[in-house]
Every structure is written in C-alpha cells, then in structure tokens.
Design a binder for this molecule. Structure first.
Ligand SMILES: Cc1cc2nc3c(=O)[nH]c(=O)nc-3n(C[C@H](O)[C@H](O)[C@H](O)COP(=O)(O)OP(=O)(O)OC[C@H]3O[C@@H](n4cnc5c(N)ncnc54)[C@H](O)[C@@H]3O)c2cc1C
Length: 475
C-alpha cells in the first residue's frame, strides 16, 4: 500500500468487490480493495449468469474472456421423477440484446479474468492476505478501519467502506443490524466434475424433481458439469462426502471413466436479507447483504447488480455531483429487486425439494393440468432515483447502446439540451434495436442512468431537470 487514505475501501474481492473496484477505479475514484485470502476462493459456486451481467463484464473489458470460458444452454427444465416436464425456460435473449439470456460458466476462471483486468487500473490498489479486523470510526466524515496483512497491522482512512465480504460478512457484524430469514434451509451436496467428452451428458439445465433424490444437473464451461443432490433425512455431510457415495450417485449419469470429481461440498441453501445495508459511511453489497438458494442462478448476479448500482452513486457523491442522500436509494432500489429474486428462487426450491411422494405426485398432476408457472419476469428496482411513474426497468438494448459511464439521453431526432459533465447525448437511428425500443415507448427521449436503468421517458430538458432534483445537488 502506497497510501493510507482512499476514497473507498472495499473489503472482500469476490465477484461483487471486484466489479465494484473496477467500476470505481474506471471512474477515477481511489480504491483500496483487500481480501483476507492469498488467492481466489478455489471452489466453484456460481454456474450461471445472465445477459445483464455480461453487459457489466463488457463495460469492464472482460466480455471476450467471459464468452470464451462460458457456454450457452438451450433451456432449463424442471422434470418430475417420472420424466414429465413440469416447467421449461428457454434461453431467449431480451429483444434487441446482443447477449444471451443465460451463460453457464466456472466461477474461479471468470474471477481470475476479472481480477487480472482490474489489477491494471490506475487508482486501484489490491492487498491480498489482508483482513479487516475493526472499524474504529464511522461518521459523516468517513471511516477508519484496522487491517491485518503480511506486514502487520495498519490503519486505513476512507470516505466510504463497502463490505463485499460474503455470507458471513465481518463488516455486517461490525455495523450491527439483523438478518431477515425466509425460513428456507435445505442441505445439498454439490459435486463438480470434469468430463472426458460430452457424449450422453445433458446439454441443458435440469432439475430432477424426484422425491427419491431431488437432483440438479448443470453444464458449466465446456467439459465441466455440476451435479447437486439433496440430502435425505438422516444423511449427514460426513455420510455423503465419504468415499464411494458421490460416485454411486453419479453412476447413472456418465460412462465408467467419463466423469472426474474435482470437488464436493455440502452447502445449506437458504434465503437471507440484511436489514441494514448502510450505516453512516459503511455499506454492504453482495452476499454480505443477501443470500439465496441457487435454483435461479442469481446470487452472484445480484451482488454484481449491487456493485453497479452503488458504483455510480458513490462516484457522483464523491465528485459532489449529488448529495449524500443519494446513497440511501441504494437499499430502497436494490432490496425489492433482490427480494423478488429470492422469493422466486425459494418457490422453485420448494417445488424441487419435495421429499413426500404423495405431495410430489400431487404437484406433478397439478402441473400436468396446467397449474400456472412461477412468475419469472425480470424484477424491477424499488423506489429511488427514477422519474415519477417510471417503474425501475433495465432495458437491455438501450443499456447496451450506452457509450460512457455517465447518464445518457437517447433521442431519435432533435438537438440535445445543454448538458453538463456526467451527461451524454446519443441520437439513435430508428432502425437500431434501441431506436425501435424508444419509438415504441412513444416518448421523444429516454434518460438512462449510468447503470443502464431507465430514469425516465419524456422530453429531454424536463428529464434532466427532474434528475437534478432527484440527485439533490447541482450537476
Ligand atoms: C452451490 C452454489 C451455487 C451457486 N450458483 C450460483 C449461480 O449459478 N449463479 C449466481 O449468480 N450465483 C450462484 N451462487 C452464489 C454466488 O456464488 C455468490 O452469490 C457469490 O460468490 C457472492 O459473491 P460476493 O463477492 O458477494 O462474496 P464472496 O464470493 O463470498 O466473496 C467474499 C470475499 O470476502 C473475503 N473476506 C471475508 N472476510 C473478510 C475480511 N474480514 N477481510 C477481508 N476480506 C474478507 C473473502 O475471502 C472472499 O474473497 C451459488 C452459490 C453456491 C454456494
């Protein structure tokens, strides 16, 4: 560390911390990012991310790497124990998006690419094997944090500290505040394999809702597969991790010698949300703020959405373009979005984790009779920095057309109003995807936020005025 004072101290360099660090450093914010481990968390956890997250990787210059180490799957199917399809989701991208709806990948490989990329950014310092041990000051002027690294203890001051320190977040414990628990708590054995070849292996995501042993199969990057097996009553982690058990479960899925187990672990899948995401100058993001069962593949995606939401707000507050109260919109916008995802993931989990054969048979019959599928429309951001009546939507084609890191006014014709720093104007062609979207809204202009969400639709100058009021400072 060359410096002891930074704009932002990021605690934890998992995917949430890495994306936040990258976006802040690109905006010219000085950042120290610390992680208590010397290396990346070695165990693959996330297997899926979506097109909105690919766009974030694109902004950070790692979409090429992400595409190279991931694969698309045609669909995600929920199947009964007797082979009947209960639900099926096609991997169809949102209209006009250049990215797929879903990518399957190997988390450590992607995190490696992300870390390599961000470590080249000026303004960002990374300190590994360095842990946060205490927050000794947290007030309106900033934070003072104690850290312990290879060179001993140190004291860091920063205007803001963001705890991206995972499910057991020490930062969350330090700022206090409870955890809302959805009461979903199921033990699963997670097994990652490499495959010698793809022959006979499922090419799509599969939830086998068999009460005899609920099972998930997910293709990851090429020649990598994930199986997840629910533990049955009476089974312990020690039982299922012992030699031979996993191989027995995998036996129906591959030819002898085709699959090699590279890791196995027992996780408890649960749904938790921190009640307080900000206290003074300290904020929480990612698994530190929320956790969910993996049935929708959205835990990491949600943490990255937090990082994107927070990055521009911290940047604008630090540059004096917005008042401090802007940071309060972080939780009000993000919490309803992530709760909607957690609730859908839990509903899916309840459908999958059904061990009673009679109830499972009832579920299968109801689904065959046309029971409504689970709602899976992309959720909206909650109330915050949006024009009145604007629902907090991410419109993929519009977000993907954005040029820089600021706000952008999209118009089909006409001159831009006078714009100050942090605002751009783009006149879009009527036959581009974003032009067709804008024409379809009937509005002359759309004002997009730096995170790609639509601030509002209407007349350009009025949108800019509305935004200035919402930001609480002259911009
Ligand atoms: C089986 C399984 C399957 C999953 N599948 C998916 C999926 O398909 N899609 C998806 O989007 N998500 C999925 N997830 C969730 C995803 O893996 C997590 O949501 C994601 O890794 C969280 O990222 P994070 O950066 O918030 O936290 P983490 O990745 O946990 O990173 C936290 C970091 O903080 C560091 N740290 C902790 N304490 C300190 C300290 N005191 N000082 C300094 N550093 C500290 C840790 O070393 C760690 O590097 C899955 C999870 C599991 C378990």
């Amino acid at each position: 560390m060359t410096n002891q004072s930074y704009d932002v101290l990021i605690v934890g360099l998992g995917p949430t911390g890495a994306v936040l660090a990258g976006l802040l450093a690109e905006a010219g914010v000085t950042v120290l990012a610390i992680d208590r481990e010397a290396d990346l968390f070695p165990l693959p956890r996330a297997a899926h991310f979506d097109g909105e997250i690919m766009q974030v990787f694109h902004r950070l210059g790692v979409s090429g790497a992400a595409e190279g180490l991931s694969r698309g799957i045609p669909e995600y199917e929920f199947r009964s124990g007797t082979g009947q399809t209960l639900m099926r989701f096609e991997n169809r991208p949102p209209q006009g998006s250049r990215w797929r709806a879903s990518y399957m990948f190997h988390q450590p490989a992607l995190e490696t690419a992300l870390r390599e990329k961000i470590s080249t950014l000026p303004g960002l310092e990374i300190a590994l094997s360095t842990r946060l041990t205490a927050i000794t000051r947290n007030d309106a002027s900033g934070v003072e944090a104690q850290i312990l690294g290879p060179e001993g203890v140190g004291s860091i001051t920063a205007r803001y500290l963001v705890g991206c320190d995972g499910g057991s977040s020490p930062t969350r414990a330090m700022i206090g505040g409870g955890l809302f628990d959805y009461g979903f708590d199921e033990p699963w054995l997670v097994v990652d394999c490499t495959a010698s070849d793809e022959e006979g292996l499922p090419q799509h995501g599969l939830q086998v809702c068999d009460p005899a042993r609920p099972t998930t199969v997910m293709p990851m990057s090429p020649l990598r597969r994930r199986w997840e097996f629910m533990l049955l009553p009476g089974e312990t982690a020690e039982d299922v991790l012992e030699g031979g058990f996993v191989e027995g479960l995998l036996q129906p899925w591959g030819r002898p010698g085709q699959l090699t187990v590279i890791r196995k672990a027992v996780y408890r899948f649960h749904g938790l949300v921190a009640e307080q995401w900000r206290k003074g100058s300290v904020l929480l993001a990612g698994d530190a703020a929320h956790q969910m069962p993996p049935f929708l593949g959205q835990g990491m995606c949600s943490g990255i959405r937090d990082a994107v939401n927070l990055a521009w707000k911290l940047d604008w507050v630090l540059k004096g373009r917005a008042g401090e109260a802007l940071l309060d919109s972080y939780q009000t916008e993000r919490e309803p979005h992530v709760r909607a995802i957690i609730e859908t993931a839990i509903a899916m989990g309840r459908m999958v984790c059904m061990l009673d054969p009679a109830m499972a048979a009832q579920r299968d019959q109801a689904t065959a009779a046309g029971a409504p599928p689970l709602p899976i429309a992309p959720p909206k951001a909650g109330p915050g920095v949006f024009a009145e009546g604007e629902p907090g939507t991410y419109v993929a084609c519009a977000a993907e057309a954005m040029g820089g890191g600021g706000f952008e006014l999209l118009t089909l014709s006409g001159e831009a109003p006078d714009l100050t720093e942090g605002f751009g104007h783009r006149r879009v062609s009527a036959d581009s995807p974003e032009g067709r979207w804008l024409a379809g809204t009937g509005a002359p202009a759309a004002l997009l936020r730096p995170d790609g969400y639509v601030f509002g639709l209407g007349e350009g100058a009025a949108l800019i005025e509305g935004l200035k009021a919402a930001l609480g400072a002259a911009v």
